[in-house]
Design a protein around this ligand. Structure first.
Ligand code: AMP
Ligand code: ZN
Length: 114
């Protein structure tokens, strides 16, 4: 089982900020900006490239949860960045879909350039 599946099943610890039937959200272990949250599907899907038509609700849920967490953390008005890395050329290192919520500072255009 991959690390993010284990976090979703609470088999390894994480600073969980939100969960529902489809997704979980937790703080990134190595934040690159003051607010760095990852939103993941609870079921294992390797990347956005592996999403199927039946995952449309799940894909939308990730964005809506990111929006709500940004509101809860009071960065909504100032703004933030949402980022999916996809596959090797996209710089994806964890092989389980995760949406980065990045904020709390003015962000440069190149976050961790590859
Ligand atoms: P990516 O490069 O887009 O695949 O991002 C993977 C992210 O997962 C990185 O920002 C890591 O810091 C983060 N990460 C890896 N392991 C953990 C963990 N156990 N808990 C929280 N975040 C993690
Ligand atoms: Zn997984």
């Amino acid at each position: 089982m991959c690390i993010f599946c284990k976090i979703a099943k609470k088999e390894i610890p994480a600073e969980l900020l939100y969960e529902d039937d489809l997704v979980a959200a937790f703080k990134d272990i190595k934040p690159i900006v003051p607010v760095h949250v990852l939103i993941i599907p609870k079921k294992h899907i390797e990347s956005i490239a592996d999403l199927q038509d039946k995952d449309e609700v799940l894909a939308g849920r990730m964005i809506m949860v990111a929006k709500k967490i940004a509101q809860n953390l009071n960065i909504s008005e100032k703004g933030y960045k949402l980022l999916f890395r996809v596959g090797r050329d996209g710089g994806q290192e964890m092989p389980h879909i995760h949406l980065h919520l990045l904020g709390g500072a003015r962000l440069s255009e190149n976050i961790r350039p590859v």
